[in-house]
Ligand binder design. Structure first.
Ligand code: GRF
Length: 201
């Protein structure tokens, strides 16, 4: 039997990306196993997804761990306890502690809702990105999966998915189009890593 890649999610929001990946895992499309979902927000919609799919949920934030070092160590403890091999950031709004990135030796990936390097960097998240894209008069946008380094939205690009911007599109309609791309692309990239087709070490 094929070995399954043990993944751990970090998410802060509704968790539609997490859900899309969990569905693809359950359908046998991605040879991976979801070990945990960590969130900085105990009330985030992703907590319900964790329950729905039976994935252990852990709330870790400055409320639970006021000391940044203790917070990083708690994350590393969980990563070790669950033997996680790949960290998947899916709408995680906090910066992952450098200690965690170092511990994972590059095996941390993120999805960004633009065609990086365009519309990336600090402050570029959520609707800010889509508004900037529409204001710039772009005719195409999309999403990017990249390896996480210690700089915002930098690191090696692992995959991109494009979508057209039509006349009359607003930041809101662009956001919907991009989210559909995200739901397809993230599972594809994780599947490639899980099958050893894409090396990220
Ligand atoms: C997505 O737009 C993703 O690109 C960004 O945060 C959003 C997460 O949405 N990083 P969801 O929580 O997966 O629904």
């Amino acid at each position: 039997m094929e070995d399954k890649l043990k993944i751990g999610f970090f998410a802060s929001g509704g968790g539609s990306n997490v859900e899309a990946i969990l569905k693809n895992i359950n359908m046998g499309e991605v040879p991976a196993e979801a070990k945990f979902i960590i969130s900085n927000n105990s009330q985030a919609g992703v907590a319900e997804k964790a329950e729905k799919y039976g994935v252990p949920f852990h709330h870790i934030s400055s409320k639970t761990h006021p000391e940044p070092e203790a917070l990083a160590f708690e994350m590393i403890d969980l990563i070790e306890a669950y033997d996680v091999e790949l960290i998947v950031l899916a709408g995680y709004i906090k910066k992952l502690p450098d200690e965690v990135i170092e511990h994972m030796k590059g095996k941390v990936i993120n999805i960004h809702p633009s065609l990086l390097p365009k519309f990336g960097g600090q402050g570029m998240y959520g609707m800010n990105v889509h508004r900037a894209v529409v204001e710039a008069g772009e005719t195409m946008t999309g999403c990017t999966v990249h390896q996480v380094s210690d700089e915002y939205d930098e690191g090696r690009i692992l995959g991109r998915c494009r979508t057209m911007i039509e006349p009359g599109d607003s930041a809101e309609t662009v956001a919907q189009k991009v989210l559909r791309c995200e739901h397809e692309l993230y599972s594809i990239v994780i599947g490639q890593i899980a099958k050893g087709q894409l090396k990220i070490a």
